[in-house]
Design a protein around this ligand. Structure first.
Ligand code: NAD
Length: 262
């Protein structure tokens, strides 16, 4: 494991799922970590305290709402004020709605674009000056296989994730000479609350068992027939933060069991 004891990491949407797994990995590696996301206050404090005990860095929580640009900017500013800079940002917060385009609720469209795409812009905009001042930075955007290919009934999500991939490539070019890399990780299906929540509805809609949904729907395009794990994504994120990855930038890296290779 890379020693990250001189680094400060902001992970948006890290009270659950992938973001929590990435935050745990960074905390174990000794980084200061800023947790973010929604949930029960007691559970969030228990998570913060657990992660705080894992490594030599400090772990704190900021409840900024990723639909609110002012709160996002304040999160980055507060992290820099507390820890003396922001070295790594992971734009991970995300939500999903599955609906035919003609019925897609307008408010859910706006929310998905705000949380899954626009928040990454606001985090990057606020964090890049600190990274430039340090002469080093890592921007990691958690996109999706849906940043590279589409599926029906996920118009807002696929739009936002394609946007994140475009943002990743553009920012990578702009900061390339500043010691900063900007990459997207594009996971296939990971069994997190976001995915688990889709399984009962899909089973009902298709007249299948939940096991059939996992095998024949979720894993249909994943050639390994295995879900991606948060631990695997944590390892990939840490690799992108390591010295050997300094020339990997502007990449949209699939971690999808071969989904987008086909
Ligand atoms: P999750 O539902 O377990 O976690 C989402 C996190 O985002 C939570 O911490 C939640 O509180 C937070 N969040 C939601 N709205 C927020 C807001 N307005 N402000 C701040 N935080 C907010 O989901 P997950 O599966 O871990 O997904 C994390 C990311 O990974 C998302 O961007 C998702 O699109 C992406 N992704 C997930 C999968 C998968 O199969 N699970 C696959 C590819 C990409």
């Amino acid at each position: 494991m890379t020693d990250m004891s001189d680094k400060t990491v902001v992970v948006t949407g890290s009270t659950s799922g992938i973001g929590l797994g990435l935050a745990r990995g960074f905390a174990q590696a000794g980084a200061n970590v800023v947790l973010n996301g929604f949930g029960d206050a007691g559970e969030i404090e228990a998570t913060r305290s657990e992660l705080d005990g894992l490594g030599s860095g400090a772990v704190c929580y900021d409840g900024a709402d990723m639909t609110r640009p002012d709160e996002i900017e304040a999160l980055v500013t507060a992290a820099a004020a507390r820890f003396g800079g922001v070295d790594i940002v992971v734009n991970n917060a995300g939500i999903q709605t599955v609906s035919p385009v003609e019925d897609f609720p307008r408010d859910r469209w706006d929310m998905i674009i705000d949380i899954n795409m626009n928040s990454a812009f606001h985090v990057i905009r606020a964090a890049v000056p600190y990274m430039k001042a340090a002469g080093w930075g890592r921007i990691i955007n958690i996109a999706s296989a849906h940043g590279l290919v589409a599926s029906p009934f996920k118009s807002a999500y696929v739009t936002a994730k394609h946007g994140v991939v475009g943002m990743t490539r553009t920012v990578a070019l702009e900061v390339a000479e500043d010691g900063i890399t900007c990459n997207a990780i594009c996971p296939g299906y990971v069994l997190t609350p976001l995915v688990e929540a889709q399984i009962p509805d899909t089973a009902r809609a298709r007249g299948m068992s939940e096991d059939q949904v996992k095998r024949d729907v979720l894993l249909a395009a994943q050639w390994t027939k295995k879900f991606v794990t948060v631990e695997q994504l944590s390892g990939v994120a840490q690799f992108l933060c390591s010295d050997v990855a300094e020339n990997i930038t502007g990449v949209a890296l699939p971690v999808d069991g071969g989904w987008t290779a086909a």
